[in-house]
Design a protein around this ligand. Sequence first.
Ligand code: ZN
Length: 192
Amino acid sequence: MTAIRRAYIIPRLMQTPSLPLPDKIDPWRLAAESGRLEGTLALAALPRLAAVLDHLNGAVSVSLVAGIDHQGIRSITGGLRTVIELTCQRCLEPLPWPLDVTVNLGLVRNEAAAHRLPDEYEPLLVAEGFIRVADLVEDELLLALPQIPRHVDVQECEANDYRAPSSEPAPNTEPVQPFATLASLLPSKRSH
Ligand SMILES: [Zn+2]
């Protein structure tokens, strides 16, 4: 009996050469073709996000894959990473804020389909045609912004000459001031 020769299948390279991010995608077609979106977008190219930031330096790195899951749902999943600069609402000093956003979008063509979507997905309503990649990325980043950005440790604020008032109100009674307008920036289709 001859020894069984094992055939080792060399996996294809996981990393395909990265192409620049397209300006627009047809998400349904991207899912059908198991396409990828890899690249970076300048924060300055995201006007709704820019409206709430002090500085527009930097970029967001985009790493998304489209496909069809085992339930037959067309999806765009992956992650977005960036560091934005907000203003601490306690000491009013700059506050670098890392955003590491997990994206789990399920494509739907109408509201009814959005309601049927499993909970693990957030609906992306696209009847047909193209959407701008920048819009998709910007929506996800806006949803991930903190309502009241503050240094995690009050000592960091005190290092910036912040002095706590003698009777600091309980955190949940603080007014949601500058970021209360955020909801109005978000697309209504996400308020499911
Ligand atoms: Zn602070």
